[in-house]
Design a binder for this molecule. Structure first.
Ligand code: GTP
Ligand code: MG
Length: 566
């Protein structure tokens, strides 16, 4: 969080009021800036709150610039040039339709001085939109330099490895637990990718700040909840609460000034209008922002676009505090026990490989729903691996109280108050049990509920019911149809059987470096399934002698042909 202080003129309403007013400022500081204090305490306990992560990353992002480089740019010369403007704290190069550099200075003044020394492009046949941002291009007018110097060593890719490569990599591991850990490592967001996400939010904030100087734009969803895969979309939240004065209360007597503000009948209309204007600005003025779509009639209005320099598919929303809370909750669960993240990653990857989830909107199970299913499963273990949301609410202190649009979103933020039970199940056991659990889950009668940590009865007409953790009357999987549920169940049945048949690593044949790599364990779960086309609700007979599965296994073991998926 940017820590800027303002000198305010106080309306004199008596000494008592002044004291009260200062107390309010104190509360505000504790709640906002004070999150750093909480963060430090949490770090002492080995955890870092999401607020702390946000504060740190936002501050880093504001000291950073994004520079498009020529592929033959010389790294040493590049850094020497940039260092003229200030101390470089960190930098990295990455590739995304060209080579880019993220440069983080030690202080914000260096960014200002760099921008001061940056030229406006001189073009003759086109007109420029005179909007200056922190997205820059490095040019070199001396072509000899370009040709004679070594260019930047390969920049980092910002997308995950193709599934074929992942299958190969996992097949080389010694145990299923190692495979699952390796899968998480291969797919999770890197430190650099996280920094880039916050930088894109910060660049967007510069556009929105033309209208709302005190706004912030924060990432939410899988970019920050700990379950993001390289290449996942960037969900952003335009936070205007600091301006709309929701936290301020009116004095009871005496003079005071208030802003004159335009009014609208519904908050939704205000949100739509704001997003419409910001969306227009992003479209017309935002360097690198292309394919802007304003999807204002959705349940949660948003502006969708591609940020070309980072390659991120961006969704900008406003007034979406509940989603921020869900993000915080998922982050907390992921931090409580490392098995949570490992299992979520594996299940997400498995689901994607089989088309259970998709980046295209439709009747699919979303990653968010799938994550809740994993959390629910972990709550149902004996003893449970993670607590219920109701338990987290019961542990909350007054500082955690949060009510958003009449929804109780309160849960404990101090990790040290959470006592975990001593469940020692391995990742291998949990993965097998996950498939068994959902292979026999009575989706037609029961709802998944992480608030209670227990199945609840549901209406039979709804194919899949996963209670929204905070807006408890809503179903997060309302979009999912019966055939998708059938496919999910059929795949769980198949995967449950398949993993049990491939639980141990095969002995390696061949000489060193020339060994045949036979898919086994988690790798076999990522290979194309035979149940992809299942449409009917009829359950397949679940028996290991199934000819179909037998032949599938034979084909896995006898061939080294890799599947054609990416
Ligand atoms: P991927 O983008 O698929 O990697 O996962 P994600 O968790 O970011 O999901 P998505 O982009 O679809 O949504 C972003 C965030 O919005 C989620 O993490 C949730 O916090 C929230 N969200 C998504 N869908 C729902 C929903 O149906 N109900 C509620 N309350 N929140 C949702
Ligand atoms: Mg997302």
């Amino acid at each position: 969080m940017a820590s800027s202080f303002t000198v305010c003129r106080l309306h004199t309403i008596g000494r008592g009021s002044l004291v009260k007013c200062l107390q309010k400022v104190d509360t505000f500081l504790h709640r906002n800036i004070g999150t750093n204090v909480v963060a430090v305490q949490e770090e002492k306990n080995g955890f870092k709150s999401l607020y702390a992560v946000h504060a740190e990353r936002q501050e880093q992002a504001e000291r950073s610039v994004l520079i498009s480089c020529h592929s033959r740019t010389n790294e040493k010369n590049f850094l020497k040039y940039i260092a003229n403007y200030g101390d470089i704290q960190k930098y990295f190069f990455y590739e995304s339709f060209g080579m880019y550099a993220v440069v983080e200075f030690a202080n914000q003044e260096s960014v200002a001085s760099l921008l001061e020394g940056t030229a406006i492009p001189s073009i003759s046949h086109e007109s420029l939109v005179p909007f200056k941002s922190r997205l820059l291009s490095m040019r070199n007018l001396d072509s000899r330099d370009v040709l004679n110097q070594p260019s930047i060593k390969k920049g980092q890719a910002q997308t995950s490895i193709p599934i074929n490569e992942l299958i190969q990599r996992l097949s080389k591991e010694e145990s299923i637990d190692q495979q699952i850990t390796s899968l998480t490592e291969a797919y999770q967001l890197t430190e650099e990718n996280c920094r880039l996400r916050f930088l894109v939010c910060s660049l967007l904030k510069d556009i929105a700040a033309s209208f709302f100087p005190e706004c912030t734009i924060m990432p939410f969803g899988s970019s920050v909840n700990g379950f993001g895969k390289l290449g996942c979309d960037l969900d952003m939240f335009l936070d205007l609460d600091g301006i709309s004065g929701k936290n301020a209360t009116m004095p009871k007597s005496g003079l005071f000034l208030e802003y004159q503000m335009k009014r609208a009948n519904f908050e939704r209309i205000v949100t739509q209008n704001i997003l419409s204007v910001i969306g227009e600005c992003v479209d017309q003025f935002g360097p690198g922002c292309v394919g802007v779509q304003k999807i204002l009639n959705a349940r949660c209005p948003l502006v969708r676009f591609t940020h070309q320099p980072s390659g991120f598919q961006c969704d900008l929303t406003a007034n979406n505090r509940v989603a921020m809370k869900s993000t915080e909750l998922l982050y907390l669960y992921g931090e409580l026990d490392p098995r949570v993240r490992h299992l979520v990653f594996t299940v997400r990857c498995w689901a994607r490989a089989h088309g259970i989830t998709s980046s295209i909107p439709g009747a699919w199970i979303s990653n968010f729903s799938l994550t809740i299913m994993v959390l629910f499963f972990l709550q149902r273990r004996s003893p449970p691996i993670i607590p219920t949301l109701d338990h987290l609410r019961d542990l909350a202190g007054p500082e955690d109280k949060s009510v958003i649009e009449d929804n109780d979103c309160t849960f404990v933020s101090d990790f040290s108050k959470i006592q975990l039970e001593s469940n020692t199940e391995t990742l291998e056991q949990l993965l097998c049990e996950f498939f068994e659990f959902y292979a026999s889950f009575c989706f037609s009668k029961l709802s998944i509920n992480i608030r209670k940590g227990k199945e609840q009865n549901k209406l039979p007409a709804v194919p899949l019911h996963i209670q929204n953790p905070f807006e408890t009357t809503l179903n997060v999987s309302k979009n999912v149809n019966a055939s998708q549920v059938d496919r999910f169940v059929a795949l769980c049945q198949e995967s449950s059987w398949l993993i049990q048949q491939n639980i141990t690593a095969p002995s390696r044949g061949g000489t060193k470096g020339n060994a045949t790599i036979t898919p086994w364990g988690v790798s076999t779960l990522l290979l194309p399934s035979q149940v992809a086309g299942i449409k009917s609700r009829k359950r397949r007979k679940f028996e290991p002698t199934s000819e179909r599965i037998k032949s599938l296994l034979e084909s896995l073991k006898n061939t080294n042909n890799q599947p054609n998926q990416s």
